[in-house]
Design a protein around this ligand. Structure first.
Ligand code: HEC
Ligand code: HEC
Length: 509
């Protein structure tokens, strides 16, 4: 017994000493070797944040020569602790497409390698020679979520003026142009999409961010005694619960969800983007990535997803397209111009459909169709928010706007507190069966989406887009549904995953 206990104890001691040994003195030279293999192409040969990939990344890779770390848990005003830097290297920064490209390294590099990297990147500045973090901030005692705490959090959100940057509903749409200390444009985080938070969305992570702030950026500390908007420990926990409570799951992209299920309703389709009927339709969110097939210069997108709902009756079908957009962009609009870096174009959205329902789940070429199978694009833009137009196309560059008299596609859009909602509506069947899709219930119809953020210089072929998905008009009860073998559906799902990943890879390159 005693022997085993002794053995265990010495094992624990050795384990403890060795892991803290790594922590205390990672080997800087060993770290440099790993850095020169794995990190330089983003962070730059000398750690200045200017590797060859940097130009494609927003936010750009960190410049380590300043010694400023955004995501740290040491008290405000102190440098990051070794543990903070180690955590960032290990976990990376998850985020959406428009999030950040800092990968997680814990499955790629050993613990020792990661501590060696900490030592190396700390040596790229001399600040750590004179300053040291005292440890972590105090967490007080965690307040668990409840209606009462959420309400108090909402009050604290006002008191601390979070809304001045994050917008009244937390969409990150406040009317300020913000820069970080490196001179780059930064956008306040969209708090309704916690999966885009860089340093975790567990209550403790959010508490840390609100307490420490994000050094190098306008996101302030709310625990700093010098701050005018200081919040108590409890108030910060309430804010955390409030932030968690405004999560908008309808904007979350769920891999494998590839069908817009249009719901059949009795009576008129809603004309109002906020009509309660839309809540009956299921919401599906799709990822949007920068368009890269037309030779448009690569750009850094600001919008990453679109949520789609569809309703139909015996005459018409209507799509509600919803996306979070921090800026309402209308050319000539003074507010939009204040927020934009360059010329302001229109915000816009488009649905792409084939001209007829393809056999056996085929799809036209996703870049505007092809000679065999053309597409109709229903296009709406903010400059003419109460209308829509149709563009017919049989391949890139061949698009022609259809004569307004020859289509009954109607559009209507509204912007509110960081969100665009746009309705695009058409009759199920039309007189132009030859070159316009005729909707039929129970059949899988390819559908794709494109989006333009006019304050991000997006116009023409510079835009974000999805791949092809499907829209299925719910068949009447008892009727025969077009069915496909499970294998075909699996191939489709895998295809979409592949698309998302390969686009993402291109994006990270
Ligand atoms: C694909 C590009 C890419 C690669 C490769 C990469 N990084 Fe990063 N890294 C980034 C980006 C982008 C950021 C900034 C993200 C932000 O500000 O939201 C970043 C940020 C960081 C941060 C700062 C965290 C903070 O709190 O400020 C650390 C530390 C870091 N990287 C370490 C590394 C190390 C070590 C490696 C190599 C093992 C590495 N990175 C490889 C893109 C990359
Ligand atoms: C002066 C502007 C400003 C104020 C006020 C502000 N924020 Fe922020 N916040 C930002 C910016 C900018 C970012 C993103 C920084 C970046 O991406 O580099 C951010 C990021 C965040 C994040 C994301 C953390 C992560 O891991 O990605 C959270 C959560 C957050 N803020 C919550 C709050 C709360 C809660 C308040 C009020 C108590 C608040 N912010 C007040 C500007 C602000």
């Amino acid at each position: 017994m005693g022997k085993i206990r002794f053995f265990l104890l010495s094992f624990l001691i050795v384990f403890f000493i060795s892991s803290s040994l790594f922590a205390a003195q990672g080997d800087k030279e060993a770290g440099r070797k790993i850095y020169d293999k794995k990190c330089w192409w983003c962070h730059g040969e000398k750690g200045e944040g200017n590797g060859p990939a940097a130009e494609f990344l927003l936010p750009p890779p960190r410049d380590f020569t300043l010694g400023v770390y955004k995501y740290k848990s040491s008290p405000p005003g102190q440098v990051a602790s070794d543990d903070d830097i180690f955590r960032m290297i290990s976990d990376g920064m998850p985020g959406s497409m428009v999030g950040t490209a800092m990968p997680a390294w814990k499955d790629v590099l050993s613990e020792k390698d990661r501590w060696d990297l900490v030592a190396y990147i700390k040596s790229l500045t001399d600040i750590f020679e004179s300053e040291k973090a005292s440890g972590q901030i105090s967490f007080g005692s965690e307040v668990s979520s409840s209606e009462d705490s959420i309400n108090k959090g909402k009050e604290a959100f006002k008191k601390a003026k979070c809304f001045e940057c994050h917008g009244e509903n937390g969409k990150g749409d406040a009317v300020k142009k913000l820069k970080d200390d490196w001179g780059f444009r930064v956008w306040p985080r969209n708090l309704t999409k916690p999966w885009t938070f860089r340093a975790g969305s567990e209550p403790k992570d959010i508490f840390t961010r609100v307490s420490v702030g994000i050094p190098g950026t306008p996101m302030p500390s709310f625990a700093d005694p010098k701050s005018e908007t200081k919040l108590s420990d409890d108030e910060r926990w309430h804010v955390v619960n409030y932030v968690k409570s405004i999560t908008d799951d309808s904007k979350k992209i769920k891999e494998g969800e590839i069908v817009v299920k249009a719901k059949n309703i009795e009576g008129e389709l809603p004309a109002d983007v906020n009509a309660p009927e839309w809540n009956n339709a299921s919401a599906t969110a799709y990822q949007m990535v920068p368009q890269i097939i037309a030779k448009e210069r690569f750009f850094k997108p600001t919008n990453d997803g679109i949520t789609v709902r569809a309703l139909f009756n015996d005459k018409e079908i209507a799509f509600l397209l919803e996306w979070d957009d921090r800026t309402k962009s209308i050319p000539g609009d003074a507010d939009a111009e204040k927020l934009s870096e360059g010329e302001v174009f229109e915000d816009a959205v488009a649905i792409q459909l084939p001209t007829s329902i393809p056999e056996a789940m085929q799809k036209p070429y996703f870049g505007h169709g092809d000679k065999e199978m053309g597409v109709n694009q229903w296009y709406w833009s903010s400059g003419n928010a109460a209308a829509a137009k149709v563009i017919d196309s049989t391949g890139l560059g061949s698009g022609k706007a259809r004569d307004a008299a020859k289509t009954d596609v109607k559009g209507k859009g509204e912007y509110k507190a960081g969100v665009w909602r746009v309705i695009l509506k058409r009759s199920l069947t039309t007189a132009n069966a030859k070159d316009e899709l005729q909707f039929e219930a129970g059949k899988f119809i390819p559908i794709g989406f494109a989006n333009w953020d006019g304050s991000n210089g997006e116009k023409g072929s510079k835009h974000t887009m999805t791949t092809w998905y499907w829209v299925l008009l719910e068949p009447k009860a008892g009727s025969k549904v077009y069915t496909y073998p499970a294998a075909a559906i699996i191939v489709l799902v895998v295809g979409q995953l592949w698309f998302a990943r390969s686009m993402r890879k291109d994006y990270e390159k």
